[in-house]
Design a binder for this molecule. Structure first.
Ligand code: F6P
Length: 487
């Protein structure tokens, strides 16, 4: 019999707000993870535990008395949702200071160690009173929902400590954790004090399975477990033995819901945005789609595009970079500054080259999903030059939706590169020349080769869609369920 799934992530599959008439509305939760996990809702008996992130979420949580309640996904699938309304100060320490302000930066190698991080008293308080407390609250909610038939699926870097709290209370529980961001090598983890880096690895090792998008991140994790907490690694290189338990480290690449994107191609709002793009379409259209996150390498992307225009004057007036940036984590100073600097960089490139009514960069800073899908359909080249990225679903969405034999110029440090390398134009995210040259190669590649590559990439994504990823998670759980486990 299939187990009930308790899915646990900071951001839930939907969040609540009010429409202009004052009526409560449920909106799809943002970000790749929430989007991808919606695939789970169609398949199983799911209870989802997430943080209340908006005021309306908190109101909903209060009305439910902190318990889970029945909800419906966009496609009509039903599930139960339990929203946790954390004390605001604890949540700020957890989300802003530790998860996004430190772990995110560490795991994407974003710290310049000559000046960052500076972990003062504020950070230690945020770890203790924010990250630990909120993880404990998540664990308490899991324990309240857990019964013999349930398996728990934790997600992401917000919740590294929660599995150890659950394991301590229920030694036989079936726990899995999926990490959607890169795992840096063991040495870089030394930027975090010993107590914290050890707690992160011990917390993850309280699970039965720990998943990553690529073997590269999985192998780094296994090695870090060996070096940082002295775990034993079996000859298979993926079974980790720690404190009398065995943990399997696995690599399963996440993907997109191809049916959803197929339907979106003809969605009325997408078609309207596509008409707007077509009305001003240049001869060559380069697109980028990103949250305004320093890991996405937006500034170097504009500089590489500038270099392309510098080195190929014949392209001036004929190519535009349409940059669709979704404002992200603006409560963090580093993110606010990054968005400001990225906007200034786009403006600088425009001021340098704009002529005769032509502007090289067409920058849009807002969340407009129909416009994103329209741009996916229309690009000649999609630039995905992330510094490091766990997967990067933009690369897969773009490759699947595009209608012009467009090519992806893809960072060799994005997880998606492990799967799509054969068909994309690879680029080093730090090398401006390499990125500019990649853009040029992709724009000028012979039509037949463009068609071959773009249709092969789309076929690959169709074949390896979100269902394959969901199946892989459920297979892991089914395999573990074989053994009798007292909860
Ligand atoms: O896995 C990374 C992730 O958690 C994804 O859900 C998404 O891409 C992004 O980060 C969302 O971040 P946030 O929930 O902070 O907006």
């Amino acid at each position: 019999m299939a187990r009930r799934l308790i899915v646990v992530s900071n951001r839930g599959p939907l969040s609540y707000g009010r429409d202009p008439s004052g009526a409560r509305v449920a909106r799809r939760g943002g970000g790749g993870l929430a989007t991808a996990l919606r695939g789970l809702l169609r398949r199983d008996d799911v209870t989802w535990i997430a943080s209340a992130m908006t005021d309306e979420d908190r109101a909903v949580a209060a009305e439910a008395g902190g318990a889970s309640f029945a909800e419906e996904g966009r496609d009509g699938s039903s599930f139960r949702l339990r929203l946790l309304a954390h004390p605001p100060a604890a949540y700020a320490g957890f989300y802003d200071t530790v998860a996004n302000g430190a772990l995110w930066f560490l795991q994407h190698y974003l710290w310049g160690l000559a000046s960052e991080p500076e972990l003062g008293a504020d950070f230690h308080a945020a770890w203790r009173d924010g990250y630990e407390r909120v993880n404990e609250t998540f664990a308490d909610a899991v324990l309240a929902e857990l019964d013999d038939d349930a398996a728990v699926c934790f997600h992401d870097y917000h919740l590294y400590l929660a599995p150890a709290f659950v394991r301590a209370a229920r030694p036989g529980a079936l726990l899995t954790h999926f990490v959607h961001i890169p795992w840096p090598d063991a040495e870089y983890w030394h930027a975090l004090p010993e107590a914290y880096r050890s707690a992160v690895h011990r917390g993850l090792l309280a699970n039965d399975v720990v998943g990553f998008h690529t073997e590269r991140w999985r192998d780094n994790f296994v090695e870090a477990c060996r070096e940082l907490v002295g775990a034993d690694v079996a000859d298979d290189g993926t079974t980790v033995r720690f404190e009398d338990r065995e943990v399997r480290a696995v690599a399963h690449p996440i993907s997109i819901d191809v049916e959803e994107f197929e339907a979106l191609r003809d969605d009325a709002a997408v078609l309207e945005e596509e008409r707007a793009i077509l009305a001003r379409r240049p001869e060559y259209l380069v697109v980028r789609v990103d949250r305004t996150d320093p890991s996405k390498n937006i500034i170097r992307g504009f500089r590489a595009f500038e270099l392309l225009l510098e080195e190929h004057p014949e392209l001036r007036g004929r190519v535009v970079m349409l940059a669709l940036l979704d404002p992200s984590r603006q409560t963090l100073r580093a993110y606010e500054d990054y968005l400001e600097r990225a906007s200034a960089e786009a403006q600088r490139v425009n001021e340098r080259f704009a002529a005769d009514g032509w502007q090289p960069v067409d920058l849009h800073v807002r969340d407009n999903f129909p416009q994103t899908v329209a741009a996916y359909k229309q690009f000649d080249v999609l630039l995905v030059n992330a510094i490091y990225d766990g997967m990067n679903l933009v690369a897969k969405e773009g490759a699947f939706v595009n209608t012009r034999d467009g090519l992806v110029v893809l960072s060799e440090n994005a997880g998606a590169h492990a799967e799509l390398a054969e068909w994309v134009v690879s680029a080093n995210p730090f090398d401006l020349e390499d990125q500019a040259e990649g853009l040029y190669r992709a724009l000028t590649m012979p039509a037949e080769e463009r068609r071959r590559r773009s249709s092969a990439a789309a076929a690959y994504v169709r074949e390896h869609d979100i269902d394959a990823w969901v199946d892989a998670q459920l297979d892991e759980i089914a395999r573990l369920s074989g053994a009798s486990r007292a909860v």
